[in-house]
Design a binder for this molecule. Structure first.
Ligand SMILES: Cc1cc2nc3c(=O)[nH]c(=O)nc-3n(C[C@H](O)[C@H](O)[C@H](O)COP(=O)(O)O)c2cc1C
Length: 240
């Protein structure tokens, strides 16, 4: 995790700190349920804590939390079990999971698929397939159908490893591509991020008969630049 200015220097988590984090995930999920949300999605991708434990690039431990792919997955397993314990058996529990890191010494696709294989046993109800740490999860310049669905090869591998419903994210821009993925069975649901920042009502427009792809340019200018605040589409072509 980035070091906060003025904060303490990072240190390897103690066993007690890890146990407390696992318990905190459980309590957080309990609050989500109590607040009336329809389900919980764990974030296990993009360099956040669960992904950090799963990834050999960041997990250099040699105790029961690291040192082999099985031990690196343990944190996710414990978190999933703690959350399920807290929210009960009938409450939807999903995960957004990074299954390939694309960084030196990072999680390989084989290791990611192995995690997918265990998710149902750990109480998950569905998995959203993503990849990458940092910028590689939001690929730029998805402007042609052949650039779309850039994690489809990884989803196909995940499909072989689980019967859980699969959600695919990453460069979904045109109905044609999305429908072909659903028809093929590589995923059961489609997830979008940047297109909905630019056109929040896009799914309704498609439902009402629009056939054009998302207008999103995948320029990543939705992230605030220096001196800017908040997530918004800052493409020059907005409204054109
Ligand atoms: C401005 C912005 C904010 C994002 N915030 C999150 C986030 O909070 N959690 C998350 O899982 N992914 C986040 N992402 C990644 C997206 O959810 C998604 O995985 C990625 O952008 C690829 O999908 P897309 O091509 O539909 O944008 C963010 C992406 C962008 C551009």
């Amino acid at each position: 995790m980035p070091r906060v200015k003025g904060g303490p220097p990072p240190h390897e988590l103690t066993e007690a700190e890890i146990e407390e984090l696992v318990a905190a995930f459980g309590r957080a999920a309990g609050r989500v349920k109590e607040a009336g949300f329809d389900g919980v999605q764990l974030h296990g991708a993009h360099g956040y804590l669960i992904n950090q434990f799963c990834s050999p690039a960041s997990n250099r431990r040699h105790d029961r939390w690291g040192g082999s792919s099985t031990r690196r997955m343990r944190f996710l397993e414990e978190v999933a079990l703690a959350v399920r314990d807290e929210v009960g058996g009938d409450y939807p529990l999903l995960i957004k999971l990074g299954i390939q890191d694309f960084v030196r010494d990072g999680l390989t696709l084989d290791e990611g698929v192995e995690i997918v294989h265990h998710l149902a046993d750990w109480g998950l109800d569905a998995v959203e397939i993503s990849c990458g740490i940092g910028g590689t999860s939001s690929r730029k310049d998805v402007l042609r159908p052949e650039d779309e669905a850039y994690f489809l090869p990884q989803a196909r591998r995940a499909r072989e490893a689980t019967d859980l419903p699969l959600i695919l994210v990453g460069g979904m821009r045109s109905l044609k591509v999305m429908e072909s993925i659903l028809e093929e069975g590589a995923a059961d649901f489609i997830s979008m991020s940047r297109p909905l920042i630019r056109e929040p009502d896009l799914p309704n427009q498609w439902r009402e008969g629009r056939t054009e792809p998302a207008a999103c340019l995948s320029c990543n200018n939705c992230w605030p630049g220096p001196g800017e605040y908040g997530i918004a589409c800052r493409s020059h072509q907005v409204g054109s």
